[in-house]
Design a protein around this ligand. Structure first.
Ligand SMILES: [Cu+2]
Length: 579
């Protein structure tokens, strides 16, 4: 069983236990004896079953189980300890066990709330609030049912409530939380003095575009979605003038995966101010990384990218040989945008398909009708890629895969989530059952260039209640905090930095660090055995633990966030800062 399934199973069992205890309490209060006993039996079994899931999660990593061991387990033990013996005494009047059963229900429910609303790391404040809530609810139930509250219970209530009041704010304050990222830092950045060799102008504006046969409202660069394809050759100096015609939320250009100087990175409030309607900003950088990249607005990025403010950035090492096709996949107004015009290649001509996922969720790609190799991921060539046949590929949000093959005499077809997006003829292959490529084991390995790390950071991805804003929100959190309250990770130029990224939530988080490619070292304790994987976007699935490293060689302040842009907007953004 994967840790992700364990997390889900534990959650389901916890909900079942809470509901059964509460249901049993309610049934006994109205003297429905068989129902009360049945529900209590289910509750008891479910509560005991959590001993198994919590132990297994603790073995997978303390991050997955901290609050369950420290808060849920003691409360569950109290629930069983209080309700169990009273049930075994088989009371003549079932109503006599109503309050103990309700107590058990409140205990397991409050533990569940700590997991769902508070998450990682566990805090004393959360535990005390949970206990105080249980005691208060039990006392109120006792009054309502006319049962005499025990003196001990009352004393515990007063002490716990008082302590919770004192430390109550601990619910939202992660230990060691630092103030928000200062946004007034200035970094000396080497400006590029060379004459630009590739000049482009991108004008952002509202537009109506055709998506899947229907006209829809969009935000577009130069009135087209995707925006113009920007191409360059390694060594070129790009100069891109961004103008904003009428996008009220502001616009910037972020060069996704391109490790530009910090002041060209296009993150509003961090590296520049958003470009408002009527304003412009000129980006200039040297194209010194070959490969498949893309650009997109980073201002109100969730809405902006979804509405169409993105395009392809392609840097070639030299003249094009063979057929070179970019396939940016995007969903606009709920409809997939049409694929590029299909060009046919003579049999034997080398073909490169550059797949780009510009959506916020993972897509499944399947290339039918030919064997192929994955030549590059996230713009970086792989070492010794071997031919693949009938193998699907998962590309995370923001990620790019370059597939290469020699054009066969027969048709080929590229399917995305089962839909043919690029076909040179009818291919009847069913691709649904194809195995999925694991890039961590693909290609030829090479030694990791570092044996020690100057800095190590752990990022625990979760959800939690964020009470620090005017309106509370159910945020996507990192180490229990949400943007802008997540402490920055501070490094020095030249440091070798290790990130451990843990997903204890129920959803995938495509991780994206700006300004650096990271080398994947391990996933779930298993080392990467294939070609060195230098990624800028990678899916951390529920229950997974990734270890990635990089050399801090690009000074500045860099966004470090989930590329499911709705998650990034809902708190899952922090910053890497050079001291
Ligand atoms: Cu996410």
């Amino acid at each position: 069983m994967t840790t992700g399934s364990l997390l889900a199973a534990d959650l389901v069992i916890a909900v079942l236990a809470s509901a059964a205890w509460l249901g049993g309490g309610a049934a006994s209060a109205v003297r429905r004896r068989p129902l009360a006993l049945g529900l209590a039996a289910v509750a008891l079994l479910a509560t005991l079953a959590r001993a198994v899931t919590i132990t297994a999660l603790a073995r997978a990593g303390w991050w997955f189980a901290a609050e369950k061991v420290l808060i849920a387990a003691p409360l569950s033990l109290a629930a069983v300890g209080v309700a169990g013996p009273r049930l075994l005494r088989a009371p003549g009047d079932i109503r006599a066990v109503a309050v103990p059963l309700l107590f058990a229900g409140y205990a397991t429910s409050s533990a569940l709330l700590v997991t769902v609303l508070h998450g990682y790391p566990a805090s004393a404040g959360a535990g005390l609030l949970a206990v105080a809530g249980v005691v208060a609810a039990t006392l109120i139930s006792g009054r309502a049912l006319d049962a005499r509250p025990s003196r001990t219970l009352s004393r515990v209530a007063v002490v716990a409530a008082g302590a919770a009041l004192v430390t109550g704010t601990g619910l939202t304050v992660a230990s060691g939380a630092a103030p928000g990222v200062p946004h007034d830092h200035e970094y000396p950045v080497a400006r590029i003095a060379a004459e630009p060799t590739r000049r482009f102008t991108l004008t952002a504006g509202t537009a109506t575009v055709n998506a899947g046969g229907r006209d829809v409202a969009a935000w577009a660069f130069n009135a087209q979605v995707p925006g113009p394809e920007l191409t360059a050759t390694v060594g070129d100096v790009l100069e891109v003038t961004l103008r904003n015609r009428d996008i009220g939320r502001g616009v910037t250009l972020h060069w996704h995966g391109y490790d530009v100087p910090n002041d060209q990175d296009g993150v509003p409030g961090v590296t520049q101010a958003a470009v408002r309607p009527g304003q412009e900003f000129v980006y200039r950088f040297r194209a010194d990384q070959a490969g498949t990249y893309w650009y997109h607005t980073h201002s109100a990025s969730d809405v902006g990218v979804r509405m169409g403010l993105y395009g392809v950035l392609l840097v070639r090492p030299g003249p094009v040989t063979g057929l070179d096709v970019t396939v940016p996949v995007h969903t606009l107004a709920g409809r997939p945008l049409p694929a590029p015009r299909v060009e046919r290649a003579e049999a034997g001509v080398p073909v490169r398909l550059r797949l780009i996922n510009t959506d916020s969720t993972t897509h499944r790609y399947a290339l039918a009708g030919t064997a192929f190799r994955v030549a590059a991921i996230d713009g970086v060539d792989l070492r010794g890629p071997t031919p693949l046949v009938d193998t699907a590929i998962l590309i995370p949000a923001g990620g790019r895969y370059d597939l290469v093959f020699d054009a066969p005499a027969t048709p080929v077809s590229l399917f995305v989530d089962g839909r043919a997006v690029y076909s040179t003829g009818a291919v009847s292959t069913v691709t649904d059952a194809w195995p999925v490529l694991d890039p961590l084991g693909y290609g030829a390995s090479a030694p990791v260039p570092w044996s020690r790390f100057d800095r190590t950071f752990t990022l625990v991805l979760d959800r939690g209640l964020d009470l620090r804003r005017l309106l509370p929100r159910y945020a996507h959190t990192v180490n229990g905090a949400a943007d802008p309250d997540i402490p920055p990770q501070v490094v020095r130029l030249g440091d070798v930095v290790l990130f451990t990224i843990v997903n204890r939530s129920q959803v995938v988080h495509p991780w994206h660090l700006h300004g650096h490619h990271v080398l994947v070292l391990a996933r779930d304790g298993g080392p990467a055995t294939g070609s060195p994987l230098w990624l800028d976007s990678f899916d951390v699935r529920p229950g997974e633990v990734w270890k990635v490293a990089f050399r801090a060689d690009n000074p500045g302040m860099w966004a470090n966030h989930c590329h499911n842009l709705a998650h990034a907007d809902a708190g899952m953004t922090l910053h890497l800062l050079y001291s």
